[in-house]
Ligand binder design. Structure first.
Ligand code: NDP
Length: 332
Protein backbone atom coordinates (compact mmCIF):
# COMPACT_ATOMS: atom_id res chain seq x y z
CA UNK A 1 0.00 0.00 0.00
CA UNK A 2 1.00 3.65 -0.22
CA UNK A 3 1.26 6.17 2.58
CA UNK A 4 2.51 9.72 3.03
CA UNK A 5 5.45 10.31 5.34
CA UNK A 6 6.75 13.56 6.74
CA UNK A 7 10.42 13.65 5.77
CA UNK A 8 11.45 17.14 6.94
CA UNK A 9 9.97 19.64 9.39
CA UNK A 10 8.58 22.58 7.37
CA UNK A 11 9.85 26.09 8.11
CA UNK A 12 7.02 28.44 7.24
CA UNK A 13 4.73 27.17 4.53
CA UNK A 14 5.14 23.43 3.89
CA UNK A 15 6.48 22.39 0.48
CA UNK A 16 6.09 19.07 -1.34
CA UNK A 17 9.76 18.36 -0.55
CA UNK A 18 8.85 17.99 3.14
CA UNK A 19 6.87 14.81 2.34
CA UNK A 20 7.27 11.51 0.52
CA UNK A 21 4.80 9.00 -0.87
CA UNK A 22 6.09 5.64 0.31
CA UNK A 23 5.17 2.12 -0.76
CA UNK A 24 4.94 -0.30 2.14
CA UNK A 25 3.86 -3.94 2.62
CA UNK A 26 0.97 -4.46 5.02
CA UNK A 27 1.39 -6.66 8.10
CA UNK A 28 -0.63 -9.86 8.53
CA UNK A 29 -3.87 -9.50 10.45
CA UNK A 30 -3.73 -10.43 14.13
CA UNK A 31 -6.63 -11.31 16.44
CA UNK A 32 -9.26 -8.55 16.61
CA UNK A 33 -7.66 -6.72 13.71
CA UNK A 34 -8.92 -5.72 10.30
CA UNK A 35 -7.65 -4.47 6.99
CA UNK A 36 -9.32 -1.19 6.04
CA UNK A 37 -9.33 0.29 2.55
CA UNK A 38 -9.59 4.04 2.93
CA UNK A 39 -12.20 5.79 0.85
CA UNK A 40 -11.04 9.24 1.85
CA UNK A 41 -8.55 10.88 4.18
CA UNK A 42 -8.76 14.25 5.84
CA UNK A 43 -6.32 17.13 5.69
CA UNK A 44 -6.82 19.60 8.54
CA UNK A 45 -5.14 22.76 9.79
CA UNK A 46 -4.12 21.21 13.14
CA UNK A 47 -1.79 18.87 11.23
CA UNK A 48 0.49 21.83 10.48
CA UNK A 49 1.25 22.10 14.21
CA UNK A 50 2.08 18.40 14.41
CA UNK A 51 4.69 18.86 11.68
CA UNK A 52 6.77 21.02 14.03
CA UNK A 53 8.91 18.89 16.29
CA UNK A 54 7.37 19.99 19.59
CA UNK A 55 4.57 18.50 21.61
CA UNK A 56 1.59 20.85 22.05
CA UNK A 57 -1.71 19.32 23.01
CA UNK A 58 -0.85 16.30 20.87
CA UNK A 59 2.36 14.54 19.96
CA UNK A 60 4.21 15.77 16.88
CA UNK A 61 4.45 13.65 13.75
CA UNK A 62 7.53 11.46 13.64
CA UNK A 63 9.81 11.87 10.63
CA UNK A 64 9.80 9.04 8.08
CA UNK A 65 6.63 7.51 9.49
CA UNK A 66 3.08 7.68 8.10
CA UNK A 67 1.20 10.67 9.47
CA UNK A 68 -2.06 10.02 11.25
CA UNK A 69 -5.30 11.88 10.67
CA UNK A 70 -9.01 11.29 10.21
CA UNK A 71 -10.01 8.75 7.58
CA UNK A 72 -13.10 6.90 6.48
CA UNK A 73 -12.78 3.45 4.99
CA UNK A 74 -14.32 0.06 4.39
CA UNK A 75 -13.32 -3.18 6.10
CA UNK A 76 -11.81 -5.40 3.44
CA UNK A 77 -10.70 -8.34 5.61
CA UNK A 78 -11.50 -8.92 9.23
CA UNK A 79 -10.53 -11.01 12.21
CA UNK A 80 -12.98 -9.17 14.44
CA UNK A 81 -16.54 -10.41 14.83
CA UNK A 82 -17.73 -6.86 15.49
CA UNK A 83 -16.48 -5.56 12.15
CA UNK A 84 -17.58 -7.79 9.27
CA UNK A 85 -16.21 -7.17 5.81
CA UNK A 86 -17.92 -4.22 4.18
CA UNK A 87 -18.40 -2.23 7.40
CA UNK A 88 -17.78 1.50 6.95
CA UNK A 89 -15.42 2.72 9.64
CA UNK A 90 -13.98 5.99 10.89
CA UNK A 91 -10.47 5.93 12.29
CA UNK A 92 -7.26 7.90 12.71
CA UNK A 93 -4.95 6.13 10.27
CA UNK A 94 -5.17 8.75 7.56
CA UNK A 95 -2.60 9.77 4.93
CA UNK A 96 -2.57 6.18 3.57
CA UNK A 97 -4.56 3.98 1.24
CA UNK A 98 -4.92 0.95 3.52
CA UNK A 99 -4.35 0.31 7.19
CA UNK A 100 -4.31 -2.70 9.49
CA UNK A 101 -6.13 -1.61 12.61
CA UNK A 102 -7.13 -2.96 16.02
CA UNK A 103 -10.87 -3.16 16.53
CA UNK A 104 -10.48 -0.88 19.53
CA UNK A 105 -9.18 1.90 17.28
CA UNK A 106 -12.05 2.08 14.79
CA UNK A 107 -15.63 3.22 14.99
CA UNK A 108 -18.35 1.82 12.72
CA UNK A 109 -20.55 4.44 11.07
CA UNK A 110 -23.98 4.05 9.66
CA UNK A 111 -23.97 6.43 6.72
CA UNK A 112 -27.48 7.70 5.84
CA UNK A 113 -28.39 6.90 2.25
CA UNK A 114 -28.57 10.54 1.23
CA UNK A 115 -24.98 11.19 2.28
CA UNK A 116 -21.48 10.32 1.18
CA UNK A 117 -19.21 8.67 3.78
CA UNK A 118 -16.92 11.71 3.48
CA UNK A 119 -19.51 13.67 5.48
CA UNK A 120 -18.01 11.90 8.51
CA UNK A 121 -14.72 13.71 7.96
CA UNK A 122 -16.45 17.10 7.95
CA UNK A 123 -19.95 18.12 8.90
CA UNK A 124 -20.66 14.90 10.84
CA UNK A 125 -17.08 14.46 12.02
CA UNK A 126 -14.44 16.29 13.98
CA UNK A 127 -15.01 19.71 12.33
CA UNK A 128 -18.77 19.50 12.85
CA UNK A 129 -18.36 18.58 16.50
CA UNK A 130 -15.92 21.47 16.87
CA UNK A 131 -18.52 23.90 15.53
CA UNK A 132 -21.20 22.44 17.81
CA UNK A 133 -19.16 22.44 21.01
CA UNK A 134 -17.53 25.79 20.34
CA UNK A 135 -20.71 27.65 19.55
CA UNK A 136 -23.10 26.06 22.04
CA UNK A 137 -20.90 25.12 25.02
CA UNK A 138 -17.91 27.46 24.85
CA UNK A 139 -19.46 30.66 23.45
CA UNK A 140 -22.80 29.71 25.03
CA UNK A 141 -24.71 31.23 22.15
CA UNK A 142 -28.22 32.42 23.05
CA UNK A 143 -31.26 33.24 20.93
CA UNK A 144 -31.07 36.83 19.73
CA UNK A 145 -27.26 37.00 19.66
CA UNK A 146 -25.28 38.57 16.87
CA UNK A 147 -22.70 35.95 15.90
CA UNK A 148 -19.48 36.57 13.98
CA UNK A 149 -17.41 33.67 12.65
CA UNK A 150 -14.08 33.93 10.84
CA UNK A 151 -12.85 31.29 8.43
CA UNK A 152 -16.55 31.11 7.69
CA UNK A 153 -16.37 29.28 4.36
CA UNK A 154 -14.24 26.47 5.79
CA UNK A 155 -15.20 23.13 7.30
CA UNK A 156 -15.86 24.41 10.82
CA UNK A 157 -16.92 27.97 10.01
CA UNK A 158 -19.74 27.12 7.61
CA UNK A 159 -21.35 24.89 10.21
CA UNK A 160 -20.97 27.47 12.96
CA UNK A 161 -22.88 30.06 10.93
CA UNK A 162 -25.73 27.73 10.04
CA UNK A 163 -26.03 26.30 13.55
CA UNK A 164 -26.18 29.83 14.90
CA UNK A 165 -29.07 30.55 12.55
CA UNK A 166 -30.85 27.31 13.51
CA UNK A 167 -30.39 28.14 17.22
CA UNK A 168 -32.03 31.53 16.80
CA UNK A 169 -29.22 34.02 16.33
CA UNK A 170 -30.54 37.46 15.45
CA UNK A 171 -27.72 38.12 13.02
CA UNK A 172 -24.99 35.90 11.59
CA UNK A 173 -21.97 37.43 9.89
CA UNK A 174 -18.74 35.93 8.61
CA UNK A 175 -15.43 36.59 6.95
CA UNK A 176 -13.53 34.63 4.34
CA UNK A 177 -10.73 35.12 1.86
CA UNK A 178 -12.41 35.59 -1.54
CA UNK A 179 -15.43 37.17 -3.22
CA UNK A 180 -16.61 33.70 -4.26
CA UNK A 181 -16.57 32.55 -0.63
CA UNK A 182 -18.41 35.66 0.52
CA UNK A 183 -21.13 35.04 -2.07
CA UNK A 184 -21.33 31.38 -0.95
CA UNK A 185 -21.87 32.41 2.67
CA UNK A 186 -24.68 34.80 1.88
CA UNK A 187 -26.35 33.03 -1.06
CA UNK A 188 -25.94 29.38 -0.07
CA UNK A 189 -25.49 29.24 3.69
CA UNK A 190 -27.86 32.05 4.64
CA UNK A 191 -25.43 34.38 6.41
CA UNK A 192 -26.91 37.88 6.82
CA UNK A 193 -23.68 39.46 5.65
CA UNK A 194 -20.06 38.56 5.00
CA UNK A 195 -16.85 40.24 3.92
CA UNK A 196 -13.55 39.38 2.27
CA UNK A 197 -10.87 40.08 4.87
CA UNK A 198 -8.38 40.73 2.06
CA UNK A 199 -10.41 43.74 0.88
CA UNK A 200 -9.44 46.06 3.75
CA UNK A 201 -8.96 46.32 7.52
CA UNK A 202 -10.99 43.67 9.33
CA UNK A 203 -12.12 46.12 12.03
CA UNK A 204 -13.66 48.49 9.47
CA UNK A 205 -15.33 45.72 7.52
CA UNK A 206 -16.66 44.08 10.68
CA UNK A 207 -18.13 47.39 11.84
CA UNK A 208 -19.87 47.56 8.48
CA UNK A 209 -21.60 44.17 8.81
CA UNK A 210 -22.22 44.24 12.58
CA UNK A 211 -22.83 47.92 13.38
CA UNK A 212 -24.63 47.10 16.65
CA UNK A 213 -21.82 44.92 18.00
CA UNK A 214 -20.99 41.24 18.30
CA UNK A 215 -22.30 39.02 21.13
CA UNK A 216 -20.51 35.84 20.06
CA UNK A 217 -17.26 35.52 18.14
CA UNK A 218 -16.12 32.11 16.90
CA UNK A 219 -12.42 32.54 16.15
CA UNK A 220 -10.82 30.27 13.57
CA UNK A 221 -8.20 32.74 12.48
CA UNK A 222 -6.62 34.78 15.32
CA UNK A 223 -4.41 37.80 14.62
CA UNK A 224 -6.09 40.86 13.17
CA UNK A 225 -9.48 39.12 13.27
CA UNK A 226 -9.31 38.57 17.01
CA UNK A 227 -8.33 42.17 17.66
CA UNK A 228 -11.18 43.39 15.44
CA UNK A 229 -13.68 41.16 17.23
CA UNK A 230 -12.59 42.44 20.65
CA UNK A 231 -13.09 45.94 19.28
CA UNK A 232 -16.57 45.12 17.95
CA UNK A 233 -17.69 43.09 20.97
CA UNK A 234 -20.72 44.07 23.01
CA UNK A 235 -20.44 44.09 26.80
CA UNK A 236 -20.35 40.51 28.16
CA UNK A 237 -19.71 39.03 24.71
CA UNK A 238 -18.41 35.43 24.60
CA UNK A 239 -15.62 34.23 22.34
CA UNK A 240 -14.90 30.62 21.41
CA UNK A 241 -11.19 30.52 20.56
CA UNK A 242 -11.02 27.58 18.21
CA UNK A 243 -7.93 28.19 16.10
CA UNK A 244 -5.53 30.77 14.72
CA UNK A 245 -4.92 29.60 11.17
CA UNK A 246 -3.47 32.98 10.18
CA UNK A 247 -0.37 32.10 12.20
CA UNK A 248 0.14 28.37 11.59
CA UNK A 249 2.92 28.90 9.06
CA UNK A 250 4.54 31.71 11.05
CA UNK A 251 8.15 31.10 12.09
CA UNK A 252 7.96 33.51 15.06
CA UNK A 253 5.23 33.95 17.70
CA UNK A 254 2.77 36.53 16.39
CA UNK A 255 1.84 39.68 18.33
CA UNK A 256 -1.41 39.54 20.28
CA UNK A 257 -4.37 41.93 20.11
CA UNK A 258 -3.37 45.49 21.07
CA UNK A 259 -6.76 46.14 22.64
CA UNK A 260 -6.65 43.48 25.37
CA UNK A 261 -7.79 45.98 28.02
CA UNK A 262 -11.20 46.02 26.33
CA UNK A 263 -11.61 42.43 27.58
CA UNK A 264 -11.72 43.98 31.05
CA UNK A 265 -13.88 47.01 30.36
CA UNK A 266 -16.38 45.06 28.25
CA UNK A 267 -16.30 42.06 30.67
CA UNK A 268 -15.67 39.61 27.83
CA UNK A 269 -15.22 35.85 28.17
CA UNK A 270 -12.64 34.25 25.89
CA UNK A 271 -12.62 30.48 26.06
CA UNK A 272 -10.10 28.32 24.26
CA UNK A 273 -11.03 24.69 23.69
CA UNK A 274 -9.94 21.44 22.03
CA UNK A 275 -12.67 19.32 20.52
CA UNK A 276 -11.07 16.09 21.71
CA UNK A 277 -12.00 16.98 25.31
CA UNK A 278 -15.68 17.03 24.45
CA UNK A 279 -18.14 14.41 25.66
CA UNK A 280 -20.93 15.75 23.49
CA UNK A 281 -20.69 13.31 20.58
CA UNK A 282 -24.03 11.63 21.23
CA UNK A 283 -25.93 14.95 21.49
CA UNK A 284 -24.11 16.11 18.38
CA UNK A 285 -25.09 13.08 16.31
CA UNK A 286 -28.66 13.10 17.59
CA UNK A 287 -29.12 16.72 16.53
CA UNK A 288 -26.90 16.95 13.48
CA UNK A 289 -27.55 13.74 11.54
CA UNK A 290 -31.20 14.63 10.80
CA UNK A 291 -30.33 18.28 10.04
CA UNK A 292 -27.70 17.20 7.54
CA UNK A 293 -29.53 14.18 6.09
CA UNK A 294 -32.63 16.31 5.43
CA UNK A 295 -30.59 19.11 3.89
CA UNK A 296 -31.53 21.69 6.53
CA UNK A 297 -27.85 22.19 7.27
CA UNK A 298 -25.74 22.44 4.14
CA UNK A 299 -22.13 21.61 3.70
CA UNK A 300 -19.61 21.76 0.92
CA UNK A 301 -16.62 19.59 0.18
CA UNK A 302 -13.61 20.35 -1.93
CA UNK A 303 -12.37 16.99 -3.15
CA UNK A 304 -8.93 16.14 -4.44
CA UNK A 305 -8.41 12.73 -6.04
CA UNK A 306 -5.63 10.36 -5.13
CA UNK A 307 -3.20 10.03 -2.25
CA UNK A 308 -0.50 11.38 -4.61
CA UNK A 309 -2.28 14.73 -4.35
CA UNK A 310 -2.79 14.74 -0.58
CA UNK A 311 0.16 17.00 0.14
CA UNK A 312 -0.96 19.46 -2.49
CA UNK A 313 -4.47 19.37 -0.97
CA UNK A 314 -3.06 20.11 2.47
CA UNK A 315 -0.97 23.03 1.26
CA UNK A 316 -3.88 24.35 -0.79
CA UNK A 317 -6.23 24.14 2.21
CA UNK A 318 -3.88 26.27 4.31
CA UNK A 319 -3.90 28.82 1.48
CA UNK A 320 -7.68 28.90 1.26
CA UNK A 321 -8.10 26.63 -1.76
CA UNK A 322 -11.13 24.93 -0.19
CA UNK A 323 -14.79 25.76 0.22
CA UNK A 324 -16.13 23.61 3.03
CA UNK A 325 -14.16 20.54 3.99
CA UNK A 326 -11.01 19.64 2.09
CA UNK A 327 -11.11 15.88 1.47
CA UNK A 328 -8.71 13.58 -0.35
CA UNK A 329 -10.42 10.66 -2.08
CA UNK A 330 -8.23 7.57 -1.96
CA UNK A 331 -10.48 4.75 -3.11
CA UNK A 332 -13.99 3.56 -3.92
P1 NDP B 1 -10.82 25.30 6.97
O1 NDP B 1 -11.68 24.39 6.18
O2 NDP B 1 -11.42 26.57 7.46
O3 NDP B 1 -9.50 25.58 6.13
C1 NDP B 1 -8.55 26.51 6.53
C2 NDP B 1 -8.92 27.91 6.05
O4 NDP B 1 -8.10 28.87 6.68
C3 NDP B 1 -8.65 28.16 4.57
O5 NDP B 1 -9.68 27.69 3.76
C4 NDP B 1 -8.48 29.68 4.51
O6 NDP B 1 -9.70 30.27 4.08
C5 NDP B 1 -8.21 30.06 5.96
N1 NDP B 1 -6.99 30.85 6.09
C6 NDP B 1 -5.73 30.52 5.72
N2 NDP B 1 -4.87 31.52 6.01
C7 NDP B 1 -5.61 32.52 6.56
C8 NDP B 1 -5.31 33.83 7.06
N3 NDP B 1 -4.05 34.31 7.04
N4 NDP B 1 -6.31 34.57 7.54
C9 NDP B 1 -7.58 34.10 7.57
N5 NDP B 1 -7.92 32.88 7.11
C10 NDP B 1 -6.95 32.10 6.62
O7 NDP B 1 -10.25 24.53 8.23
P2 NDP B 1 -11.11 23.91 9.43
O8 NDP B 1 -12.50 24.36 9.31
O9 NDP B 1 -10.81 22.48 9.52
O10 NDP B 1 -10.45 24.62 10.70
C11 NDP B 1 -10.75 25.98 10.99
C12 NDP B 1 -10.05 26.39 12.27
O11 NDP B 1 -10.52 25.61 13.34
C13 NDP B 1 -8.54 26.22 12.24
O12 NDP B 1 -7.96 27.29 12.94
C14 NDP B 1 -8.35 24.93 12.99
O13 NDP B 1 -7.07 24.82 13.55
C15 NDP B 1 -9.42 25.06 14.03
N6 NDP B 1 -9.84 23.80 14.63
C16 NDP B 1 -9.78 23.70 15.99
C17 NDP B 1 -10.22 22.60 16.64
C18 NDP B 1 -10.18 22.57 18.12
O14 NDP B 1 -10.40 21.52 18.71
N7 NDP B 1 -9.91 23.68 18.77
C19 NDP B 1 -10.73 21.43 15.90
C20 NDP B 1 -10.82 21.65 14.45
C21 NDP B 1 -10.38 22.80 13.86
P3 NDP B 1 -9.77 31.77 3.46
O15 NDP B 1 -9.88 31.58 1.99
O16 NDP B 1 -11.01 32.32 4.07
O17 NDP B 1 -8.52 32.47 3.85
Amino acid sequence: TREVHLTARPRGEPTPQDFALVERALPELGEEQMLVRNLAVSVDPYMRGKMNGKRTYTDPYELDEPMDGGAIGVVQESRSGDFPEGTTVLHAAGWREHAVLDAARVRPVNVPESLSPTAYLGVLGMPGLTAYVGLLDKARMQRGDTVFVSGAAGAVGGIVGQLARIKGAARVVGSAGSAEKVAYLVDELGFDAAFNYKDGPVAEQLAGVAPDGVDVYFDNVGGEHLEAAIGAASDFARFALCGAVSSYNATEPQPGPRNMFLIVTKRLSLQGFIVGDSDRSSDFYREMVPLVAEGRLKFAETTVDGLDNAVEAFISMLRGGNIGKMVVRTGT
